[in-house]
Design a protein. Structure first.
Length: 316
């Protein structure tokens, strides 16, 4: 390690974590990555180990300790897809709550700036559209998604309480649907699901009538947003929405992916999922004001890049 800024990234072997680590490494920061591979990919770490300013520690964030001086912390540790976070819901909420306490204590010890990767899921099944940061949400506290939704909400509470009680320098980003290369093929998220089904010429499975909407942000845009928020002045805490305001229905997304992949797949409708939000679109005026936020990658271009990655990795 050199004498430059030391940045801890929890969950750094995951989809977002890999891209964040790589961007920080390319910007010549020292990166300490912690991951237990619960829902991430060891191949991501293999690529990052080529950097001499990178340290990897295989550990559950709830048990993590280090004596390395830390200047900044990005807390991304938590499975983000329903398949993973619902498979062990107790572990999910422990990661959100106990993991947040661990990294906040580390920030306190090191006087480090810390960013929480929160989520649009804190808004639940929203009654307003688009969702702004003042909206308190509409979350089922006892549903099958609650371990993630309420876990992230509790993590936000902990971050603000640590700030108020111990003057910790916090940032909270509410991340909306993100996609791109390095997504896990079996993570259950709609973009990876549809692309894999399309590349196999299998039916594209849509839960419900397909009229539910999402707003998809390409991973490179999202990572730039996280770094820009981390670099805001100490007075800015968040929460701040980071995502794409372009809304698309799930059936239109499926059609677009079929076209991009030149697939013979047909659309198949299945029973709607429990607590699945009808709409999800960020209100982004705060992001535009604070970090001059804009998405540079159009959905069609991002889907092309993502499908090309999946095709090369799994079908060549």
């Amino acid at each position: 390690m050199n004498n430059q800024t030391n940045i801890l990234v929890t969950g750094g072997a995951g989809f977002l974590g890999f891209h964040l680590c790589k961007k920080l490494l390319n910007n010549n920061y020292n990166v300490i990555c912690v991951d237990n591979f619960y829902s991430s990919d060891r191949d991501n770490i293999k690529d990052l180990l080529n950097y001499n300013n990178f340290i990897f520690i295989e550990e559950d964030i709830c048990n993590f300790k280090t004596e390395i001086k830390i200047d900044q912390i990005y807390n991304l540790a938590c499975p983000a897809s329903p398949v993973h976070y619902q498979s062990d819901p107790v572990k999910t909420i422990k990661t959100n709550v106990m993991g947040a306490i661990k990294v906040l204590e580390l920030a306190k010890k090191n006087n480090a700036k810390i960013l929480q990767a929160s989520t649009s899921e804190v808004y639940g099944d929203p009654k307003i559209n688009p969702q702004n940061e003042q909206y308190w949400g509409n979350v089922n506290p006892i549903g099958i998604r609650s371990c993630y939704d309420e876990g992230k909400r509790c993590a936000e509470t902990l971050f603000f309480d640590y700030h108020r009680q111990f003057n910790i320098n916090i940032k909270i980003c509410r991340i909306f649907n993100t996609y791109g290369p390095r997504m896990h093929q079996n993570d259950g998220r709609v973009v990876s699901n549809f692309i894999m089904q399309a590349l196999k010429n299998e039916p594209i499975t849509i839960y419900g009538n397909g009229k539910q909407t999402r707003s998809f942000c390409y991973v490179d845009d999202l990572i730039k947003g996280l770094i820009d928020v981390m670099n805001t002045g100490n007075k800015f805490l968040g929460p701040i929405n980071i995502g794409n305001s372009h809304e698309i229905s799930i059936i239109d997304l499926a059609t677009k992916i079929i076209t991009i992949t030149k697939s013979n797949s047909k659309i198949k409708f299945l029973k709607a999922l429990s607590d699945d939000p009808i709409q999800r679109r960020p209100e982004l005026s705060l992001a535009k004001k604070t970090i001059n936020w804009s998405c540079l990658i159009y959905l069609a271009d991002g889907l092309e890049k993502t499908s090309s990655y999946f095709k090369t990795k799994y079908f060549s």
